[in-house]
Ligand binder design. Structure first.
Ligand code: 5GP
Ligand code: ZN
Length: 116
């Protein structure tokens, strides 16, 4: 599955065409609240660059991964989180529905393992 950058909802959020408050940001990534949270805390960290998934991003702009994890650090520090889950869903069968790489940061309730 691929989505062109011009049609991509996360590119529109990154550009500001669709407003979404930035919880944190840096030169290469932004953090927003998920519109449909699955836990009391559910943030999304989006690279500014459009790539379909995390490994495509790693291959094309590895420093964007560092930028994404820098925002995780900011968010967990701001929120005082010590227990949380980080997820890159990759591919439809794995639950990916938006084909612009993004990291889920989920916390605030017990999280079962293994995931469903
Ligand atoms: P995926 O299923 O691709 O791993 O995750 C996509 C996530 O994006 C979902 O958790 C969904 O709720 C969230 N999402 C989809 N559209 C929007 C939107 O317009 N704004 C925000 N803040 N989150 C969105
Ligand atoms: Zn995009």
């Amino acid at each position: 599955m691929s989505t062109s950058a011009t049609e991509c909802i996360f590119c529109k959020i990154v550009s500001g065409e669709i407003p979404a408050p930035h919880l944190a940001s840096n030169a290469d990534a932004i953090a927003i609240a998920d519109i449909s949270p699955v836990a009391p805390t559910h943030y999304l960290i989006l690279p500014r660059r459009h790539e379909a998934n995390a490994i495509a991003l790693h291959r094309s702009e590895p420093e964007a991964m560092t930028a994404i994890f820098a925002l995780v650090d900011t968010l967990i520090t701001q929120s005082g989180l010590s227990d949380y889950r980080l997820i890159f869903n990759t591919g439809e069968e794995a639950g990916q529905s938006v084909f612009h790489a993004h990291l889920h940061l989920i916390a605030g309730r017990p999280l079962s393992w293994p995931p469903g």
